[in-house]
Design a protein around this ligand. Structure first.
Ligand SMILES: Nc1ncnc2c1ncn2[C@@H]1O[C@H](COP(=O)(O)OP(=O)(O)O)[C@@H](O)[C@H]1O
Ligand SMILES: [Mg+2]
Length: 316
């Protein structure tokens, strides 16, 4: 694409005057590239302009941005730098191709008490280990929308790994969200904390609970999906910018239209389905056993593994 020579500054974008440009800069949208990478929706929210006008500005920014082309070998080289957090279970790690990856979003969906939060606890401990022990030597931002964060569980899991439980807890920054507004803002304002505390794992447990309870009925669906879309894109940007892993949990609903097979469907629709890099479905088996199915991955085949949820955490 030819670079549009007439657009150099934010003020050169259609509909962006000095005031809007200033607002953009102070909100972290300092470059044309940054505007090109944002959604018209977030821009219209930020500037208080219509979605159409915001789209015109974003389109012009895209037009003016050089497309960077990389060879497959470049991409391979960059992929080698991607970090992996061990789940603590060899079979589960294998299913994922080594563990939960940085620079992407890993989603686990399943019914109540299937173990989604427990996996989050295990990852919150494991990410703090050194790289040779399956971690990333980093800290955790835990966005808790269901009030189910349990420090006692972290203590048990950390102790079982021979770690100092107090130190492990000190490296988990818990943000309790009681509204989608809070949930969204926590992610929007996370950059500083992530840089200062070397956060390598962001957990959103659960992604959809508040969205589902706040936006009820068909009429609210459009607005819900727009807000959700902007929220997930922010999470993806955090993953890319800081080479961190994002772990989200998701609820399920029954799909009564399906006569054969498992009628359980994750909520959140296409917005979540398209945004999650890796999707996993967890379901209960006998006793403490759980079956985990890899539903979607850019580079691993579909498959299943069995884990156990024990007092000491996730095991094979
Ligand atoms: N201390 C523990 N020891 C063993 N298993 C536990 C312990 N705490 C929770 N669990 C298991 O985890 C389940 C809850 O999993 P959880 O991750 O909270 O579910 P959800 O998918 O709803 O997030 C419990 O039903 C229990 O089987
Ligand atoms: Mg839970």
């Amino acid at each position: 694409m030819a670079k549009d020579k007439s657009v150099k500054e934010l003020e050169d974008l259609p509909g962006i005057g000095p005031t809007s440009a200033e607002k953009l800069r102070s909100s972290g949208y300092a470059t044309i590239e940054r505007v090109a990478a944002s959604s018209p929706y977030e821009l219209s929210e930020l500037l208080g302009i219509s979605a159409e006008n915001a789209k015109k500005a974003v389109d012009a920014a895209k037009e003016a941005t050089n497309i960077e082309v990389q060879t497959g070998a470049d991409v391979l080289e960059r992929r080698k730098a991607i970090g992996k957090i061990s789940t603590g279970a060899a079979g589960f790690d294998e299913l994922l191709g080594g563990g939960v990856e940085t620079n992407g979003i890993t989603e686990v969906y399943g019914r109540f008490a299937s173990g989604k939060t427990q996996i989050g606890f295990q990852l919150a401990v494991n990410v703090q280990k050194s790289i040779d022990k399956g971690g990333l030597a980093g800290a955790v931002l835990f966005i808790d929308t269901e009030a189910t964060f349990r420090p006692e569980r972290i203590e048990s899991i950390a102790k079982a790994s021979g770690m100092n439980a107090k130190e492990v807890l000190d490296n988990i920054f818990v943000a309790r969200a009681t509204s989608t507004e809070q949930q969204i803002l926590t992610a929007e304002r996370a950059d500083k904390l992530i840089r200062e505390k070397n956060i390598k794992l962001v957990i959103v447990d659960s992604l959809m609970a508040l969205f589902r309870s706040e936006f009820i009925g068909r009429g609210a669906l459009n607005e819900r999906q727009q807000k959700l879309n902007a929220h997930i894109h922010k999470l993806q940007r955090l993953a890319d910018t800081y080479s961190l892993a994002v772990y989200i949990t998701n609820q399920v609903m029954d799909n009564p239209g399906l006569l054969f097979g498992d009628p359980t469907t994750p909520v959140g629709g296409n917005v979540v389905a398209h945004a999650a890099t890796t999707r996993l479905y967890i379901r209960k088996s006998k006793e403490e056993k759980r079956i985990i199915r890899l539903v979607d991955s850019p580079n691993m085949p579909e498959g299943e593994t069995v884990i156990k949820i024990t007092p000491d955490g996730i095991k094979d």
